[in-house]
Design a protein around this ligand. Structure first.
Ligand SMILES: Cc1ncc(COP(=O)(O)O)c(C=O)c1O
Length: 412
């Protein structure tokens, strides 16, 4: 993908229409792009995996409702997400509940509503769930989340392979798992690993999934388990920055395919349904963040375009959401334009960290122009401090069959 756009982008007519009708800043999600991503995942990884959508990356109610008939499972990470998912039409039995610091009250609410699987991340959680399930007079299905001892290089965020709040360390599994298995109101139906996100290197993903298989194998053998479900936290990334190359799922499939075929014949693990848990790879590239230029200036030789949405509306694009080295997202001027000018894009906040881009080459910008930031469909709207300095919240807009709908949650 080119770093500099002078031609109009194929999405521009709809992005401009969306901004003119509903205002800016706005997140604009394209249903057809998610559909295409689902098809790509089905082609390359569908022979082995069912999908589970991790709604933390984008919990928009319209998106959740659209996904409900298209994706078999959903992963939530709080009682609030669980309630949103049920309200959007997801049956509780298709939902898993992951998360490192679950409160007793949210576990209780999910269990009493018929949660499919609780993902156990500690012995404390297992004991709480066991007591709650006993109180409800039933047995709760649970998955045990394991934290592998190693994560290959190449993941944007690493959640295991070092001290980590997530899951049960592989080194401790031998001591902790028997205590979970002894709890009478829990049924351990499977194992779960999510150890790294945002990886664009097929060979690192393949290596990571092989580590998962080895750990699943070892834990199942040590504890006499025959898991019905094995959840692979995907780690599948998306290109955010100029020069990033999108992940080639065909290469991932070619690398891991033989291991997954062997897994089907495995004496203990062969019956397990394999689930790929993922967020950004499914929806991230289907979304654009659109912001309007409020004014421009030249300051000590630098061109600056000041926009109506910045860090408050799109934290991740400013590099404040877990980026080690701040890099610009892929950005274009809606409608293109002749020539290029190097410009900094800032937001409306009174802080110098409110910078959407530094030194990006765009057609010369003027007041009223629209900027589109790519790869904004995940970790955007709800991952941003929208109340900071009390600017209007962004809109969330849904584009399907060429029609644009305002799907901003009520009260936002
Ligand atoms: C347990 C778990 N599942 C799923 C995800 C989704 O990750 P991604 O959006 O990178 O696919 C995360 C991300 O942090 C996670 O912690």
């Amino acid at each position: 993908m080119s770093a500099a756009w002078t031609d109009p982008h194929p999405a521009d007519a709809l992005l401009a229409q969306a901004a003119d009708r509903f205002g800016t800043p706005a997140y604009v999600y394209f249903a057809e792009a998610i559909e295409a991503r689902l098809a790509d995942l089905a082609t390359h990884l569908g022979p082995w995996f069912d999908l589970s959508y991790a709604m933390k990356c984008n919990p928009n109610p319209a998106l959740l409702a659209w996904l409900a008939p298209r994706v078999p499972f959903l992963d939530v990470s709080s009682g609030g997400e669980f309630a949103r998912a049920c309200a959007a039409g997801w049956g509780a039995d298709r939902i898993s509940f992951t998360g490192p610091a679950k409160r007793e009250a949210e576990i209780a609410a999910a269990l009493s509503a018929g949660l499919g699987e609780l993902v156990i991340e500690s012995l404390r959680e297992a004991r709480i769930a066991d007591a709650l399930a006993r109180g409800l007079g039933r047995v709760q299905d649970v998955l045990i989340r394991l934290a592998p001892a190693r994560v290959p290089k190449g993941f944007g965020d690493q959640m295991a392979g070092r001290p980590s709040p997530f899951g049960i360390d592989a080194e401790d599994a031998g001591q902790v798992i028997p205590q979970i298995l002894a709890l009478p109101a829990l049924r351990v139906t499977g194992l779960h690993i999510y150890s790294g996100t945002q990886c664009l290197r097929p060979e690192a993903i393949v290596e990571n999934w092989r580590l998962f298989i080895d750990l699943f194998d070892r834990v199942a053998a040590d504890h006499g388990l025959r898991p019905g479900r094995l959840v692979f936290g995907s780690g599948l990334g998306i290109p955010y920055h100029p020069g990033d190359v999108g992940l080639d799922l065909a290469q991932v499939a070619a690398g891991i395919g033989p291991d997954l075929e062997a897994l089907r014949r495995h004496p203990r693990l062969g019956q397990a349904r394999l689930v790929l848990e993922l967020g950004r790879h499914l929806v991230g590239q289907a979304g654009y963040f659109v912001t309007r230029v409020v004014s421009t200036k030249t300051s000590r030789g630098a061109r600056i375009a000041l926009c109506d949405g910045g860090l408050n509306a799109h934290l991740a694009a400013t590099g404040q959401f877990g980026m080690v080295l701040r890099r610009n997202y892929v950005i274009h001027r809606v409608g293109g334009g002749a020539g290029l000018e190097r410009v900094d894009l800032t937001g409306p906040l009174c802080t110098s960290i409110d910078r959407l881009a530094g030194g990006v080459d765009l057609p010369p910008l003027a007041e009223g122009d629209l900027i589109a930031i790519h790869a904004s469909g995940a970790y955007g709207y709800t991952a941003s401090p929208r109340d900071f300095i009390s600017h209007p919240h962004p809109r969330e807009l849904w584009v399907q069959d060429g029609r644009i709908a305002d799907v901003t949650p009520p009260g936002a």
